[in-house]
Design a protein around this ligand. Structure first.
Ligand code: GDP
Ligand code: MG
Length: 595
């Protein structure tokens, strides 16, 4: 136990977490030669491509310091707010954290939100100033920011570069000398914290855990406290570059358990593993069921693909328990599924995986957050879909989820940001000036408002200079209405949205205009209307056109004519027939891109 160090890395995206992790693995000889491909920790295609770490993993290194051999466990954490619960459990499995700050960028929003999680868990923080090799590094200025933020001594900040390897030895030394070794009692009943799990098509679910107290041997009969399920620990081991089986895991160790579990929903991050015989008295603090917060319908473009789509989503769910789904049908889109996601990034990831890994062609409807409806009869229920909205006379009130958002920006952009946040029903909570002309602003805002293009707008009005992060702070009452969209008098359920009353008129007008742009003219006029209940609040007309694609062929070349007709047919495939109107796929997401 005295020779173990468990740590994680916290950093804003792109500040160099993965690169520096690679350097540590290289320096300690954990990866060599052929295994040394960039960014070992991000092993999913999609992660590598987008350069983000989606799921947390862990890796063990050996390091000899002053003649003593140490075991270092690096627990990687996902870098996005959608996965903040997983981040918090990974952090809870550590005693220390490297706080990496890009010397050219300074402290950003995510640096701060993850730092708070680490401080809450009493982690020892080792500040690292990365990218020191870059000519535009501003070490003195960023050091001021770090000192101000965590109250450390200036000399404690390690100058480093994931590119040149500067500072890597010093970081390893600091991990050993500054981070405390794990505490806990080997003689107490077993308590192991689950911080992650992974689906393996040959082995089933691999559960990653940190032993807090006691010890675990191969073949032990264990129980997962919160799910109450029992398993045999068929294989246990540690996480080197690949899993390496061991006979025993001891207090302080980080490792894995394989116990014949087939689906990830049985393994809940934050749960406690104990022995069936001689169990621990209490579970480890901080367990929460993660709940999806953003919902959207996913429909096959081709109705025949419905069963394939179900099979694909089921497969995705095997290794992603936070994805939920239930069958749903839409008058406009036919049969599909209502899926629940942790957030917008999670939704994008699932969409992309359906496309890439399963070759599914789908339409995704306008996402909405989870609302809570209270009826006049005193019933309370979760709304996952605008169609769950109770009728006007049955509805008492609705509650919507709120977040606390942190934005860090150069002072020049403060005006436009405040206008943006106000438009999103933001409430200004705090404003704090940092060194280097930067401001940290804190807002409370409805989560539903940032689902719609908030981040893109923030980036564009600040030329990419502002950073943004948030966490949820519970539900509040809201005056929401259901806005329906009608095409030629027919309501299109897949285009309905729940929206704040104050924004409904402007929103209705903009969406009608946008749909007018997106829906191609057809052989008759199409009325596009927005309505609240029976009341139409906006209208546009798409004028008829007679689209004769063969006109420019001068009646001559038959094969050319046929090709054009075939092309037109293909073009149609990506359309959905709503009543007598053909609606292109992108129209279903039009509300996300309103200016
Ligand atoms: P992460 O998002 O925190 O994991 O960041 P990455 O490790 O993926 O790094 C983001 C980008 O910065 C990549 O293009 C890296 O090659 C680059 N990078 C990371 N560390 C350094 C460094 O120390 N110096 C320089 N010049 N570039 C770096
Ligand atoms: Mg990374």
């Amino acid at each position: 136990m005295e020779k173990i160090r468990n740590f994680c890395i916290i950093a804003h995206i792109d500040h160099g977490k993965s690169t520096l992790a690679d350097r540590l693995l290289e320096y300690t000889g954990t990866v060599t030669g052929k295994d040394l491909q960039a960014q070992v920790l991000d092993d999913m295609d999609l992660e590598r491509e987008r350069g983000i770490t989606i799921k947390s993993h862990a890796i063990q290194m050996d390091y000899t310091y002053e003649g003593q051999k140490y075991t270092l466990n690096l627990i990687d954490t996902p870098g996005h707010v959608d996965f903040s619960y997983e981040v918090s459990r990974s952090i809870a499995a550590c005693e220390g954290a490297l706080l990496i700050v890009d010397a050219t960028q300074g402290i950003q929003a995510q640096t701060i939100s993850n730092l708070y999680l680490a401080l809450e868990n009493n982690l020892e923080i080792i500040p690292v100033l990365n990218k020191m090799d870059m000519p535009n590094a501003m070490p003195e200025e960023v050091k001021d920011q770090i000192v101000e933020l965590i109250g450390c001594k200036r000399e404690e900040i390690i100058e480093a570069s994931g590119k040149t390897g500067l500072g890597v030895a010093e970081i390893l030394q600091a991990i050993i000398t500054r981070i405390p070794h794990p505490e806990g009692s080997p003689t107490q009943p077993l308590q192991a914290l689950i911080f992650d799990s992974e689906f393996n098509s040959f082995r089933g679910i691999i559960t990653y855990c940190r032993i807090i107290n006691g010890r675990l041997k191969t073949g032990d009969l264990v129980k997962f406290v919160n799910t109450g399920k029992e398993y045999v620990a068929d294989e246990i081991g540690v996480l080197r570059l690949r899993p390496e089986p061991r006979n025993e895991l001891e207090t302080g160790d980080v490792g894995y358990i394989i116990s014949g579990i087939k689906t990830s929903s049985e393994v809940k991050v934050g749960d406690t593993i104990t022995h069936v015989e001689n169990p621990c008295d209490v579970a480890i603090d901080g367990f929460e069921e993660v709940k999806p917060m953003v919902f959207a319908g996913i429909y096959p473009i081709d109705a025949e693909d419905y069963e394939d789509l179900r099979a694909s989503i089921e497969k995705l769910q095997l290794n992603d328990a936070s994805l939920t789904f239930e069958p749903e049908s839409s008058a406009a889109l036919g049969f599909g599924f209502r899926c629940g996601f942790l957030g917008m990034l999670h939704m994008e990831i699932i969409q992309e995986r359906l496309d890439r890994e399963f070759d599914m062609n789908v339409i995704t409807t306008v996402p909405n957050v989870m609302y809570i409806a209270h009826t006049t009869k005193g019933e309370v229920y979760e709304m996952h879909n605008p169609s769950d909205m109770p009728s006007a006379n049955a509805l008492d009130f609705i509650e919507e989820p709120f977040i606390r958002a942190q934005i860090i920006t150069p002072a020049d952009y403060i005006g436009p940001i405040m206008t943006l946040c106000l438009g999103k029903r933001g409430i200004l909570i705090n404003q704090q000036y940092h060194t280097g002309g930067r401001i940290e602003i804190t807002y409370e805002m409805p989560l539903g408002e940032i689902v719609f293009d908030f981040y893109d707008k923030l980036k564009s009005i600040t030329k990419g200079y502002a950073s943004f992060d948030y966490y949820q702070i519970g539900y509040r009452k809201a005056n929401l209405v259901k806005l329906d969209i009608l095409l030629n008098g027919e309501s299109v359920d897949a285009l309905s949205a729940l929206i704040h009353f104050d924004n409904a008129y402007a929103f209705g007008r903009r969406i009608c205009e946008k749909l007018k742009e997106l829906i191609p003219r057809q052989q008759f006029d199409i009325a596009v209307q927005a309505a609240i209940g029976a009341k139409v609040i906006a209208r546009e007309t798409i004028k008829a056109v007679r689209k004769d694609v063969t006109a420019k062929c001068y009646g001559g070349d038959i094969s050319r004519k046929r090709k054009l007709l075939e092309k037109q047919k293909k073009g149609k495939k990506r359309m959905k027939q709503i009543g007598n109107v053909e609606v292109p796929q992108k129209a279903f997401l039009a509300v996300l891109k309103l200016d």
